[in-house]
Design a protein around this ligand. Structure first.
Ligand SMILES: CC(C)(COP(=O)(O)OP(=O)(O)OC[C@H]1O[C@@H](n2cnc3c(N)ncnc32)[C@H](O)[C@@H]1OP(=O)(O)O)[C@@H](O)C(=O)NCCC(=O)NCCS
Length: 178
């Protein structure tokens, strides 16, 4: 599985030494503000094992992101079928970066590459993005990608705990290649 390259980033298979920065960013309450909990070390390791297996078996999923200039681990971005418990079907794009990597355009840059992969390699007719209604930074990435939002698509996420994380938005991007 060759990596996806952008101007400043490499999206690649996960490596053992990603665990340390991945665990650190998922223990950061600011990164996890719109998730139910932070992750402990074991949960972080389990998630890497899952992402790695999925990328190896299917060829696409949640890629690790590395900064080309430094080789530093930045976070993850990718594509996945939406959770079966959600009230609609489709493939969603997603992103999660270490706090130091926010504010540089990295999430949008990685997400563009991921969506391009989904449209040209997987021939997806449409890519979705889902976030808690309060996660305005993530909504801004969706808009930068050219995604559109119809408030009628908003929904309550049954996989989220009751409370402010449950109400969610759904953005959509049509395949520009037809
Ligand atoms: C959501 C998240 C990925 C957004 O990251 P981000 O860095 O704000 O998003 P972008 O990559 O689009 O970067 C845009 C910012 O970089 C700035 N920027 C700086 N240099 C830039 C460049 N060369 N090119 C583009 N933008 C640049 C933009 O001006 C913008 O700044 P602003 O936030 O002050 O308006 C990040 O906040 C995150 O990881 N959050 C925690 C996890 C999470 O909630 N994930 C989503 C779950 S649905």
């Amino acid at each position: 599985m060759p990596p996806l390259r952008t101007e400043r980033l490499v999206l690649r298979q996960w490596q053992d030494d990603d665990l340390r920065p991945w665990a650190a960013m998922n223990a950061d309450p600011e990164v996890r503000e719109f998730f139910p909990t932070v992750l402990n070390q074991q949960e972080a390791a389990d998630s890497i094992a899952y992402f790695r297996r999925e990328l190896a078996e299917r060829g696409w999923g949640w890629w690790a992101i590395e900064e080309s200039a430094t080789g530093l681990f930045v976070g993850m971005a990718g594509l996945d079928p939406v959770d079966e418990e959600l009230p609609f079907k489709g493939v969603e794009a997603g992103w999660r970066l270490a706090r130091w990597a926010w504010g540089k355009g990295y999430a949008t840059e990685a997400a563009r590459a991921v969506c391009e992969y989904g449209f040209t390699q997987l021939h997806l007719p449409e890519i979705l993005a889902i976030a808690a209604a309060g996660n305005v930074r993530s909504h801004a990435v969706m808009r930068r990608l050219g995604m559109t939002h119809d408030p009628a698509d908003d929904f309550d996420d049954p996989t989220a705990p009751a409370g402010p994380l449950r109400h969610s938005v759904r953005y959509r991007l049509r395949n520009p290649h037809g």
